[in-house]
Write a new protein. Structure first.
Length: 172
Protein backbone atom coordinates (compact mmCIF):
# COMPACT_ATOMS: atom_id res chain seq x y z
CA UNK A 1 0.00 0.00 0.00
CA UNK A 2 1.34 3.40 -0.96
CA UNK A 3 -0.02 6.61 0.58
CA UNK A 4 1.31 9.67 -1.17
CA UNK A 5 0.64 13.39 -1.10
CA UNK A 6 0.15 15.15 -4.43
CA UNK A 7 2.12 18.26 -3.48
CA UNK A 8 5.58 17.05 -2.52
CA UNK A 9 8.69 19.19 -2.88
CA UNK A 10 10.55 18.40 -6.09
CA UNK A 11 8.76 15.56 -7.85
CA UNK A 12 4.99 15.71 -7.30
CA UNK A 13 3.05 12.77 -5.92
CA UNK A 14 1.08 12.45 -9.16
CA UNK A 15 4.35 12.21 -11.14
CA UNK A 16 5.48 9.43 -8.79
CA UNK A 17 2.16 7.60 -9.28
CA UNK A 18 2.54 7.87 -13.04
CA UNK A 19 6.15 6.63 -12.94
CA UNK A 20 5.20 3.66 -10.74
CA UNK A 21 2.43 2.62 -13.11
CA UNK A 22 4.69 3.01 -16.16
CA UNK A 23 7.09 0.50 -14.58
CA UNK A 24 4.21 -1.96 -14.06
CA UNK A 25 4.16 -1.60 -10.26
CA UNK A 26 0.59 -2.44 -9.29
CA UNK A 27 0.74 -1.81 -5.54
CA UNK A 28 -2.47 -0.03 -4.45
CA UNK A 29 -2.00 3.75 -4.21
CA UNK A 30 -4.09 6.27 -2.27
CA UNK A 31 -3.44 9.89 -3.19
CA UNK A 32 -3.84 12.35 -0.29
CA UNK A 33 -4.20 15.98 -1.29
CA UNK A 34 -5.73 19.38 -0.72
CA UNK A 35 -6.70 19.42 -4.42
CA UNK A 36 -10.40 18.66 -4.52
CA UNK A 37 -11.50 19.65 -8.02
CA UNK A 38 -13.01 17.00 -10.25
CA UNK A 39 -10.30 17.61 -12.88
CA UNK A 40 -7.63 16.78 -10.28
CA UNK A 41 -9.41 13.56 -9.37
CA UNK A 42 -9.79 12.57 -13.02
CA UNK A 43 -6.08 13.18 -13.58
CA UNK A 44 -5.13 11.12 -10.53
CA UNK A 45 -7.30 8.16 -11.50
CA UNK A 46 -6.26 8.28 -15.15
CA UNK A 47 -2.58 8.17 -14.14
CA UNK A 48 -3.07 5.16 -11.89
CA UNK A 49 -4.21 6.18 -8.40
CA UNK A 50 -6.55 3.60 -6.87
CA UNK A 51 -8.19 6.01 -4.44
CA UNK A 52 -8.18 9.72 -3.68
CA UNK A 53 -8.79 11.58 -0.42
CA UNK A 54 -9.07 15.33 -0.01
CA UNK A 55 -7.56 16.91 3.12
CA UNK A 56 -8.68 17.23 5.78
CA UNK A 57 -9.95 13.66 5.96
CA UNK A 58 -11.14 11.34 8.70
CA UNK A 59 -8.47 8.83 9.76
CA UNK A 60 -11.09 6.10 10.27
CA UNK A 61 -12.26 6.55 6.68
CA UNK A 62 -8.65 6.31 5.49
CA UNK A 63 -8.21 3.09 7.47
CA UNK A 64 -11.35 1.58 5.90
CA UNK A 65 -10.18 2.53 2.40
CA UNK A 66 -6.80 0.91 3.10
CA UNK A 67 -8.52 -2.29 4.26
CA UNK A 68 -10.77 -2.35 1.19
CA UNK A 69 -7.87 -1.88 -1.23
CA UNK A 70 -5.82 -4.52 0.57
CA UNK A 71 -8.69 -7.03 0.26
CA UNK A 72 -8.88 -6.41 -3.47
CA UNK A 73 -5.10 -6.65 -3.83
CA UNK A 74 -5.04 -10.00 -1.98
CA UNK A 75 -7.59 -11.42 -4.39
CA UNK A 76 -5.55 -10.28 -7.41
CA UNK A 77 -2.32 -11.83 -6.16
CA UNK A 78 -3.43 -15.45 -6.19
CA UNK A 79 -4.46 -17.04 -9.46
CA UNK A 80 -4.86 -20.56 -8.05
CA UNK A 81 -5.07 -22.10 -4.59
CA UNK A 82 -4.57 -25.82 -4.11
CA UNK A 83 -4.94 -28.13 -1.15
CA UNK A 84 -4.65 -31.85 -1.78
CA UNK A 85 -7.23 -32.58 -4.53
CA UNK A 86 -8.96 -29.19 -4.14
CA UNK A 87 -8.27 -26.36 -6.59
CA UNK A 88 -9.77 -22.89 -6.23
CA UNK A 89 -9.32 -20.28 -8.97
CA UNK A 90 -10.26 -16.83 -7.59
CA UNK A 91 -10.17 -15.12 -11.00
CA UNK A 92 -12.72 -17.57 -12.39
CA UNK A 93 -14.62 -18.13 -9.13
CA UNK A 94 -14.39 -21.90 -9.59
CA UNK A 95 -13.58 -24.82 -7.32
CA UNK A 96 -12.74 -28.35 -8.39
CA UNK A 97 -12.27 -31.53 -6.38
CA UNK A 98 -10.36 -34.23 -8.26
CA UNK A 99 -10.90 -32.14 -11.42
CA UNK A 100 -14.70 -32.22 -10.93
CA UNK A 101 -16.43 -28.84 -10.50
CA UNK A 102 -18.02 -28.14 -7.12
CA UNK A 103 -21.23 -26.13 -6.78
CA UNK A 104 -20.78 -23.83 -3.78
CA UNK A 105 -22.81 -20.94 -2.45
CA UNK A 106 -21.08 -17.57 -2.20
CA UNK A 107 -20.46 -17.98 1.52
CA UNK A 108 -19.20 -21.56 1.11
CA UNK A 109 -16.82 -20.33 -1.59
CA UNK A 110 -15.54 -17.45 0.58
CA UNK A 111 -15.07 -19.79 3.54
CA UNK A 112 -13.17 -22.35 1.46
CA UNK A 113 -11.00 -19.60 -0.04
CA UNK A 114 -10.18 -18.33 3.45
CA UNK A 115 -9.34 -21.83 4.72
CA UNK A 116 -7.15 -22.48 1.68
CA UNK A 117 -5.32 -19.15 2.10
CA UNK A 118 -4.54 -20.21 5.67
CA UNK A 119 -4.06 -23.93 5.03
CA UNK A 120 -0.89 -23.98 7.13
CA UNK A 121 -2.66 -22.56 10.18
CA UNK A 122 -5.93 -22.28 12.05
CA UNK A 123 -8.73 -19.89 11.02
CA UNK A 124 -10.70 -18.44 13.95
CA UNK A 125 -14.48 -18.06 13.99
CA UNK A 126 -14.01 -14.31 14.36
CA UNK A 127 -11.90 -14.15 11.19
CA UNK A 128 -14.50 -16.23 9.35
CA UNK A 129 -17.27 -13.87 10.51
CA UNK A 130 -15.18 -10.89 9.38
CA UNK A 131 -14.28 -12.24 5.93
CA UNK A 132 -17.39 -14.22 4.93
CA UNK A 133 -20.25 -12.04 6.18
CA UNK A 134 -20.89 -8.35 5.54
CA UNK A 135 -20.09 -5.99 8.38
CA UNK A 136 -23.77 -5.06 8.72
CA UNK A 137 -24.94 -8.69 9.07
CA UNK A 138 -26.05 -9.72 12.54
CA UNK A 139 -24.55 -13.21 12.64
CA UNK A 140 -23.75 -15.55 15.51
CA UNK A 141 -20.92 -18.04 15.74
CA UNK A 142 -23.54 -20.77 15.29
CA UNK A 143 -23.90 -19.59 11.69
CA UNK A 144 -20.18 -20.29 11.21
CA UNK A 145 -20.65 -23.83 12.54
CA UNK A 146 -23.60 -24.43 10.21
CA UNK A 147 -21.64 -23.14 7.21
CA UNK A 148 -18.66 -25.32 8.15
CA UNK A 149 -21.01 -28.34 8.31
CA UNK A 150 -22.40 -27.69 4.82
CA UNK A 151 -18.95 -27.17 3.34
CA UNK A 152 -17.60 -30.35 4.98
CA UNK A 153 -20.20 -32.42 3.12
CA UNK A 154 -19.26 -30.89 -0.23
CA UNK A 155 -15.48 -31.30 -0.01
CA UNK A 156 -15.24 -34.88 1.28
CA UNK A 157 -12.65 -36.58 1.41
CA UNK A 158 -10.96 -33.31 2.47
CA UNK A 159 -11.87 -32.57 6.08
CA UNK A 160 -12.22 -29.40 8.08
CA UNK A 161 -10.84 -30.05 11.54
CA UNK A 162 -12.26 -28.23 14.56
CA UNK A 163 -9.43 -27.03 16.78
CA UNK A 164 -10.93 -26.48 20.23
CA UNK A 165 -11.00 -22.84 21.34
CA UNK A 166 -9.03 -21.81 18.24
CA UNK A 167 -10.98 -22.37 15.02
CA UNK A 168 -10.80 -24.54 11.92
CA UNK A 169 -8.16 -26.09 9.71
CA UNK A 170 -8.16 -27.98 6.41
CA UNK A 171 -6.87 -31.55 6.59
CA UNK A 172 -6.50 -34.34 4.06
Amino acid sequence: MILIDWMLPGLSGIEIVSALRETQIDTPIILLTAKGEIEDKLTAFSLGADDYMVKPFDIDELNMRILALNRRAEKRLVSRLTFSELTLQPEKGTVTLDDHPLALTKKEYLLLELLMHHSDGVVSKDLILDKVWDIDDDVSQNAVEALIGRLRKKITPITIRSIRNMGYQLSD
